[in-house]
Design a protein around this ligand. Structure first.
Ligand code: FES
Ligand code: FES
Length: 174
């Protein structure tokens, strides 16, 4: 439960602690502060993009406790105490996540604005379902809009990311 702090004008603020990409951050926020703004403006994690700010485009997708959510629809106080993963936390040390690699290798990125959200939605899917069907992939990214590439290469990249390295070699040599 976020601690309430009342300022000299009698306005209430809230002290929250969120765990982002493995690190705890404590911040004082207003009641109406959105999670996306805390991530971008307070923590400098600008990989989380803002598009519609209405829950339509999915560019602000982050994982909360492993589940994809639109961070423009979540108040920062609602995220208090939760574990959040942003695109900055997907790669392990210097090694890109296999989904990131696959997006690069399969032409799934043009302007890249949708890519963080797409990759996090795909990450959530592959964590619970390592070998999804194309239909399941399309369902998982249904809330993520791309205005550049169309979806063929994005779906292909996610499916390729499910293959073992040896399988990928066989296909790339075809
Ligand atoms: S910016 Fe959050 S869904 Fe579009
Ligand atoms: S790559 Fe530009 S919006 Fe998807």
């Amino acid at each position: 439960m976020a601690q309430v702090i009342t300022d000299k004008q009698g306005i209430q603020h809230y002290m929250i602690t969120i765990n982002v990409n493995g690190d705890d951050y404590t911040r004082v926020v207003k009641a109406n502060t959105l999670l996306v703004n805390v991530l971008r403006d307070e923590l400098d994690l600008t990989g989380t993009k803002k598009g519609c700010e209405l829950g339509d485009c999915g560019s602000c997708t982050v994982l909360i406790e492993g589940k994809p959510v639109d961070s423009c629809l979540i108040l920062a106080v609602e995220a208090d105490g939760y574990k959040i993963t942003t695109i900055e936390g997907v790669a392990e040390s210097a090694q890109l996540d296999k989904i990131q690699e696959s997006f690069i290798n399969n032409g799934a990125i043009q302007c890249g604005y949708c890519s963080p959200g797409m990759i996090l939605s795909a990450k959530a899917l592959l964590t619970t379902n390592p070998h999804p069907t194309e239909h399941e992939v399309r369902e998982a990214i249904a809330g993520n809009l791309c205005r550049c590439t169309g979806y063929v290469n994005i779906v292909k990249a996610i499916l390729k990311a499910t293959e073992e390295p040896n399988d990928q070699e066989v296909i790339s040599n075809e």
